[in-house]
Design a binder for this molecule. Structure first.
Ligand code: DGT
Ligand code: CA
Ligand code: ZN
Length: 599
C-alpha cells in the first residue's frame, strides 16, 4: 500500500462494517460495539501508526482485544476480512441505499430480506408500486419522505461536491505530471474552475506536445481509478472513472488556447453574451479563437498590450499568464478581465464594461476563523492544537465555538464546562504567541425560540454564533421568527449556517431569507458562509443579496478537526461567486478592528 491508513479512515471502515453487520441482522450489541469504536477512533488525535506499533489501541474508549485486532488488520491490509466477506455476501447497492436519509441499515435489512430490494432503483420502484408501506414500522408518511429523499439522492448523484472534484483533479494532475513531455500545458476549466459548489464532470483543457501521437491516450489508460476510456481522438478524450465521474480532455493547439479557455470555462450563459458582443463588432468567437467575419482570419491579439497595469513586467505568476491570455480577448471587447467565479451572466459583463467589477476577496485576505469545535464538544482536537494549526495558516485570530448544552448528540457544553474552557483559553493565551484565541460558543437557537444560554453567560464571551440544530420541520414563519429573534439579541454576533442544508442529504429548512437578511442588516448581525463543502451555507446568491443590503458575512469552517481548517478556501470560493470584496467579510478585518466590532 502506498499510503498509510489514518485513524479517521480506519474509523470509516469500521463504521461501514457495522452498517453491513446491521443490514445482515447481526447481534445488536456487537454492532453497537463497532459503532462506538468507530466513533472514538475518529476523534483520536494521535497517529494510528503510533497507536498500532506501540500496541496502545486498547487505551481508546470502547476498544477491546477483538476490535484492536481488527483495527490492526485494517491498518496493515487496508480492509478487514469480515468486511470483505459481507461485501461478497450482500448486494453492493445496499450500501448506496443506506445513504438515503430515512433508510439506514436497520430498514435496509427489512427492505432486503422481506422485499428483496437491493438498491436505490429497486427502492424507487417499490415505492411507486406502494409495496413499502406495508412493512412493519413503515407508513404512508415515511413512504412519502422516502420518495422525496430518493429524488434528492438521484439529482445529487449526478453531481459531486467541489472538494471531491478537487481531489479527483489533483489525482489526474499527479498522473499527468509523471509524463510531462506529453503536453505543453493543461488547465482545469468548466464549473470546477468557476468554483461551483457542485460539479457534474471534470473538464481539462490541454495543449498536447504532439496532436498526432496517441501517447497521451495511452498514458491516460493507466490512470488509477479509471473505469474506461469512453472515447478518444485528436481533439477530445473522455474518461469514465470507477466512481462514475466523467473527465473530458479538450485538446487544442497553442494559438487556440485563450479562446478555448474562455469557451470551456463557461458558463454557457456567459459565453452566449460574449458571442453577441463579438457579432456586434463584426467578429465571431468560438472555441478556436476570435475571427473577423470579413475574411475569417484569426485575430492575433497582442496580449502584453492588453495587460492590466499591475500585471505588466516580469512578475506575473504562472496562473496569471493564463489569465492574461484571456484578458486580451476581454479587453478587445472593451471589458475588464472577468474572474471565472463571476462568469454566470449575473451582470458581470455590464460591470466589466463600466469598470465596476468588484475587487474580489481571496484567501490571502482571510485573517481568522470563527466557527471551530474542540474536544470540549464533538471536535477531535484540543484548543491549543486548533490554535497552532490556525497560526500555521497565517491567521491572526481564531474563535473557539463549541456546541451548547441542548445539543446532546454533539456533547454540548454545560455552563460549568464553558467556564472551564474560558479558564483554559486564558491560560493558553499566556503560553502561546502569534495568534489571538477568542472565546466563543455556537449557541443553540431553541425550538421554541430563545437561546440555550442566558445573556449573562453569553456576555462573558468574545463572540457568539447562534445556530439552529433542531425543529427543522417547523413552519416557515416559525423558523424565520426564531432566526430574526436571534438577530435581535445583542449578544449574538453571527448566525451560523443560516439555512441548515446538508448538500445531497438534507434540504434547507423552510425560511424566508429575505426577512432574515433585513433583520441582520437592521441589527448589525453577521451571517455565516459556512465553508464546510457539505454545507456552503449561505450560498453564493444569498450571500450576495445579504452583502447588497449591507450585511457583513463571516466565512468560517465549522472545523471539527485541524485538517478541516483549510476548508476556508471553499468558503472563499462562495464569497467570490457572491461578488464579495474584503470589506464585506468580517474575518478579513485586522484583529483590532474585529475587537472593536465585537465590542
Ligand atoms: P457542469 O454541469 O458542472 O459540468 O457545468 P459546466 O459549466 O462545466 O458545463 P459543461 O461541462 O457541460 O461544459 C463546460 C463548458 O463548455 C461550459 O461551461 C461552457 C462550454 N459549453 C459546453 N456546451 C456548450 C454549448 O452548447 N454552448 C456554449 N456556448 N458553450 C458550451
Ligand atoms: Ca463540467
Ligand atoms: Zn452548527
Amino acid at each position: 500500500m502506498d499510503k498509510e491508513i489514518t485513524a479517521r479512515e480506519a474509523a470509516d471502515i469500521l463504521s461501514e462494517l457495522a452498517d453491513l453487520m446491521e443490514i445482515k441482522g447481526d447481534n445488536r450489541y456487537r454492532i453497537r460495539a463497532y459503532q462506538n469504536a468507530a466513533r472514538s477512533l475518529s476523534s483520536v488525535s494521535e497517529e494510528l501508526k503510533v497507536l498500532v506499533t506501540e500496541d496502545r489501541l486498547m487505551e481508546i474508549k470502547g476498544i477491546g482485544e477483538g476490535l484492536s485486532a481488527t483495527i490492526k488488520e485494517i491498518f496493515s491490509t487496508g480492509t478487514a476480512g469480515q468486511l470483505e466477506e459481507l461485501k461478497r455476501e450482500l448486494p453492493a447497492g445496499l450500501l448506496d441505499m443506506i445513504e438515503i436519509p430515512g433508510v439506514g441499515p436497520k430498514r435496509a435489512h427489512q427492505l432486503y430480506y422481506q422485499l428483496e430490494i437491493s438498491g436505490v432503483e429497486d427502492l424507487k420502484k417499490a415505492l411507486q408500486e406502494k409495496k413499502v408501506q406495508g412493512l412493519e414500522g413503515f407508513g404512508p408518511k415515511l413512504a412519502q419522505n422516502l420518495r422525496e429523499a430518493v429524488a434528492r439522492y438521484e439529482s445529487f448523484q449526478e453531481r459531486m461536491k467541489i472538494n471531491e472534484a478537487d481531489r479527483l483533479a489533483e489525482k489526474i494532475a499527479e498522473h499527468l505530471e509523471k509524463k510531462s513531455e506529453l503536453y505543453h500545458k493543461y488547465k482545469s476549466a468548466g464549473s470546477l474552475r468557476r468554483r461551483k459548489e457542485l460539479v457534474k464532470d471534470i473538464d481539462i483543457l490541454m495543449v498536447p506536445a504532439d496532436p498526432e501521437s496517441d501517447g497521451l491516450e495511452k498514458h491516460l489508460r493507466e490512470l488509477e481509478g479509471l473505469h474506461k476510456v469512453e472515447s478518444g481522438g485528436s481533439s477530445k478524450i473522455t474518461l469514465v472513472l470507477e466512481n462514475g465521474v466523467k473527465v473530458d480532455f479538450r485538446l487544442v493547439v497553442g494559438d487556440e488556447f485563450p479562446a478555448a479557455f474562455i469557451y470551456f470555462t463557461g458558463s454557457k450563459e456567459h459565453n452566449v453574451k460574449l458571442r453577441q458582443l463579438a457579432k456586434q463588432k463584426g467578429y465571431f468567437l468560438n472555441e478556436y479563437g476570435l475571427f473577423s467575419r470579413e475574411d475569417e482570419e484569426r485575430l492575433e491579439l497582442n496580449q502584453n498590450n492588453n495587460l492590466p497595469e499591475k500585471a505588466r513586467g516580469g512578475s506575473a505568476s504562472n496562473s496569471d499568464q493564463e489569465k492574461y491570455a484571456e484578458s486580451a480577448i476581454y479587453h478587445f471587447f472593451g471589458l475588464d478581465y472577468i474572474e471565472p467565479e463571476l462568469r454566470e451572466d449575473r451582470g458581470e459583463i455590464e460591470a466589466a464594461r463600466k469598470g465596476e467589477l468588484p475587487e474580489l476577496i481571496d484567501f490571502s485576505n482571510i485573517r481568522g476563523d470563527f466557527h471551530l469545535h474542540t474536544r470540549y464538544s464533538d471536535g477531535a482536537f484540543g484548543i491549543e492544537e486548533m490554535a497552532v494549526a490556525a497560526r500555521e495558516l497565517g491567521y491572526e485570530y481564531l474563535a473557539i465555538t463549541d456546541h451548547s448544552k441542548s445539543l446532546r448528540i454533539a456533547s454540548g457544553l454545560s455552563e460549568e464546562q464553558l467556564k472551564e474552557q474560558l479558564e483554559e483559553i486564558r491560560k493558553l493565551q499566556d503560553k502561546i504567541s502569534g495568534i489571538k484565541i477568542l472565546s466563543g460558543i455556537e449557541v443553540d437557537i431553541l425550538p421554541e425560540g430563545g437561546l440555550d444560554f442566558s445573556d449573562e453567560i453569553l456576555e462573558q464571551l468574545d463572540l457568539v454564533i447562534a445556530s439552529i440544530h433542531s425543529g427543522f420541520n417547523q413552519s416557515r414563519d416559525k423558523i424565520t421568527g426564531r432566526l430574526i429573534e436571534a438577530c435581535h439579541n445583542p449578544e449574538v454576533d453571527i448566525i451560523g449556517h443560516p439555512r441548515g442544508r446538508l448538500l445531497g442529504r438534507r434540504d434547507a429548512y423552510q425560511v424566508d431569507m429575505s426577512e432574515v437578511i433585513e433583520a441582520a442588516a437592521e441589527t448589525g448581525t453577521c451571517l455565516e458562509i459556512n465553508a464546510s463543502p457539505s454545507r456552503l451555507d449561505l450560498d453564493d446568491l444569498l450571500a450576495r443579496q445579504a452583502a447588497s443590503r449591507g450585511v457583513r458575512l463571516a466565512i468560517s469552517t465549522d472545523a471539527h478537526h485541524t485538517g478541516e481548517l483549510i476548508d476556508m478556501k471553499f468558503g472563499v470560493d462562495v464569497a467570490r461567486r457572491a461578488w464579495l470584496e474584503k470589506e464585506n467579510v468580517l474575518n478579513a478585518l485586522p484583529l483590532e478592528e474585529l475587537l472593536e466590532f465585537l465590542a
